[in-house]
Every structure is written in C-alpha cells, then in structure tokens.
Design a binder for this molecule. Sequence first.
Ligand SMILES: C[S@@+](CC[C@H](N)C(=O)[O-])C[C@H]1O[C@@H](n2cnc3c(N)ncnc32)[C@H](O)[C@@H]1O
Length: 300
Amino acid sequence: MTGSFHVPVMLPQVMELFAQAGGDGKTVLDCTLGAGGHALAMLESGKVTAYRGIDADPEALERARGRLFAYADKTDFILGFFDQVLASISGTFDFILFDLGLSTHQFEDSSRGFSFLREEALDMRLSPDLEDSAFEIVHREREDILANLIFQYGEERYSRQIAKAICKARTRSPIRSSAALAGIVASSVPPSYRHGRIHPATRTFQAIRISVNDELGREARGLEIASKLLSPGGILAVISFHSLEDRIAKRFCKDFAKSRGLQELNKKPLVPSDAECASNPASRSAKLRAVRRPREGEGT
Ligand SMILES: C[S@@+](CC[C@H](N)C(=O)[O-])C[C@H]1O[C@@H](n2cnc3c(N)ncnc32)[C@H](O)[C@@H]1O
C-alpha cells in the first residue's frame, strides 16, 4: 500500500465553491468520499456542521474513516453506490460533490486489476457486491458486443481488432490477469498505436471498468437525484475525468438542472492550473462543472 494519500483534484476551486455555498454552517454531501482529501479540507475549514460521505468501495470508506477520525462527531460514512444511496437519503445539503472515477489507491493498491501495468486478478469491481467482474464480461460477451462496448465506453478506434483478439485468446485459455489482457490488447493494434502517447490498453481498460461498474448510468442518475437535495443557495459540483463523463455532466448542467430552475455557475468547465497538472498528472484531464439552487426571490 502506498504511504501517501490520493491527492484531491482541483482543491482550490472546490474550496471556493464550498465557500460560496449556503451560509456559515454548512451541510455537505460527498458522493465520492475516496481517500477523504476534499472532505478533510472542508472539515478543517471549521464551517461544516454535518458531513455525509458515500463510497461504493469498503476499503476506501475505511481509509477515509481513519483519516477523518478527528471529525467523527460530524461525519457519517455510507457504504454504497451513490445513485442507490441518494435515492433513500433525506434532508437537504448546502454543498454536494461528485469527484468521479477512481482514486490513486484503487489503481495502485487495490489488487483488483484496474491498472494495465500490474499483474493482478481481472476484477475491476468498485464494490464486492457487484455480481459480474471484468473476468465475466471479458469471457461471456460475444465478439460484436465486446467490440461495441470498447468502442462506446473507451472511444477506442481499434475496438473490433481488440475484441477479435480477446475472443481468440480466451478460447485458448482464460484471461485471468490485468497484465494478460493488456498484452492481448497491445499485440492486436498497429505498432504506431502501440508506441503512441498513451498505453494501447488505456481505452479498453476504461471501457471494461465503466461497464463493470455502470459508471455512466450511475453518474446520470446520481446527478439528477442529488440536485433535488440542494438547499436554497446550495451548490452541486461535479469533477469528471474523461469526455464521456463530462458529456453527462454538461448535459446535466445545461439541460436538466436549468429546466429545474438551477443556475449553471460557469458556462465553460473549470480546469486545473498548470501548476496542478505539473505536480499531479492525474489531474490533467479534470473538468469541474457546478450548478446552484437560487434562494427564494433570486432570479435564475
Ligand atoms: C476520485 S476518488 C475521490 C477522491 C476524494 N475526493 C479525495 O479527495 O480523496 C472517487 C471515489 O469515488 C468512488 N466512486 C466512484 N463511483 C462511485 C459510485 N457510483 N458510487 C459510490 N462511490 C463511487 C470510488 O470508489 C473512489 O473511492
């Protein structure tokens, strides 16, 4: 396990929105608690009256519980996928945060095969409660379905070749590890792509992970449900890490939220500073969008 914590992305921008949300004593709903980095900064500000943090990953929740120990009296830790948890949550919140995707710990320490650079079991489930792991999807789906999945969720232009290579390989022997899958993908694409800017398995891994965890469906449902839990003057912020996530966040802010009388706070998404991108490469693709519920009497 790495000694250091996942570095919270776009922390200054998140704290600025947190400062604008609600009044002096704030209630917060953190839909992706992760390592609790954003949570710690908000709790340390002294402005939080109650903090509810959700995560689907029991290991992440335990790590956050340990880290936020000093604020145990204000913090509530909820295990589950946010779209399911939100459907049964009561009350309203001044600040709601979605920091989508995975934390560094999940890529580096989870042993669940999220990284194509590691020799780990091909699992990719955020929660052990999910029935199907990456192994099931990779071995069960028909070639055309796998190709569509890799194209749709990975925006991978070599999806057909990759799906064909996976299906050929699995008839010889089961593909048990992340490294084995990465090797099959790499050997099925043209050499120019193999030596390109990103690892050739990046998009395929993203696609399978999204499919295993229904990440996009949960994002769309989660944002809509959460927006109904905003207090007057409350702000909902969403940080996305790839174009498919941002497309859903954008549609939510521009169409859904607007039609429900919420204000979009920035026409264009906020992005990390050059300094943050340099010091934390994982932040490079981040985009932050936010909406606000007007107080009574305020125009939209
Ligand atoms: C990028 S990390 C959050 C990092 C956190 N903001 C911090 O500063 O430490 C995203 C976290 O959200 C969790 N997650 C992703 N999708 C989820 C979902 N649909 N429901 C619940 N948790 C989810 C992941 O397990 C991961 O721990």
